[in-house]
Design a binder for this molecule. Structure first.
Ligand SMILES: [Zn+2]
Length: 251
């Protein structure tokens, strides 16, 4: 036995005695820290670029899915994967300043930003489980992340068709589905989530993160205008009104 293994085991045994009454109530599933859930820690992230950084289990499953699609001459390419808190903050605050300069009221500014962008600390891209994907085997349209590219005669309709039939077998699910009754973010046929990791992360997020408190603590520009009603609607619609297959059973 290596020395550090011995220390780990003996340390745990000691803890076991000390924490026995508490531990018996603990769920032994994966645990995540506050910072991992809000994009300030790296939850088992591998890769070294904006398009390759992702959770290691997501990466393993993605590589398998990519290899299977390649057999059908579809070249799945990631255009956005893990995105940290700071990057999301820059996107959000850039829009906040721009819309404020245009003369919109704070309420309108927020409404406009959250049509397409998340508030920093609330993006699923913070988890490394969610990927925006396209097909690199076809000529690239000017603006790749547009729903029309994935339907009808769109460049990525073959990819979309393939994903409809196969993505779930690799653990990947569309998040912002084309369901007229769904609120929150608009339809995103390019955004897929690796459910074996993202479901426990959403559960942990819901249990551990007080969104209003987190936004205040992180000094997000405009957070003084986040009313309790705005936050609770954002949580209900933008965070939780997603593909039901990605919701933890507790919700
Ligand atoms: Zn996305």
């Amino acid at each position: 036995m290596r020395r550090d293994d011995f220390i780990k085991i003996s340390g745990l045994a000691g803890l076991g005695v000390a924490l026995m009454p508490t531990l018996s109530f603990v769920n032994f599933g994966p645990t995540f820290t506050r910072n991992q859930l809000i994009g300030k820690g790296k939850p088992d992230i591998v890769g070294n670029s904006y398009t390759s950084k992702m959770h290691k289990a997501t990466k393993t499953a993605f590589d398998k899915m990519k290899a299977a699609a390649a057999k059908e001459n579809i070249n799945i390419e990631v255009v956005s994967a893990y995105r940290n808190f700071q990057r999301q903050k820059e996107i959000f605050e850039g829009k906040y300043k721009r819309y404020t300069k245009q003369g919109l009221s704070p309420d309108k500014v927020l409404e406009k930003i959250i049509e397409y962008s998340t508030i920093p600390g609330t993006s699923r891209h913070h988890w490394g489980t969610d990927l925006d994907i396209i097909d690199a085997s076809v000529p690239r349209p000017a603006n790749v992340l547009q729903p029309e590219n994935f339907h009808g005669t769109g460049a990525f309709c073959r990819l979309k068709e393939w994903l409809n039939h196969n993505a779930e077998t690799f653990g990947f699910f569309e998040v912002y589905t084309d369901n007229g009754n769904r609120k929150g973010f608009k339809y995103e046929p390019w955004h897929f989530s690796y459910s074996p990791v993202s479901i426990p992360m959403l559960r942990a997020y819901k249990e551990q993160i007080d969104v209003k408190k987190m936004l205040m603590e992180e000094h997000i520009m405009g957070s003084e205008h986040f009313s309790p009603e705005f936050i609770s609607q954002y949580v209900t619609e933008n965070i939780l009104d997603i593909n039901p297959k990605l919701l933890p059973w507790e919700i």
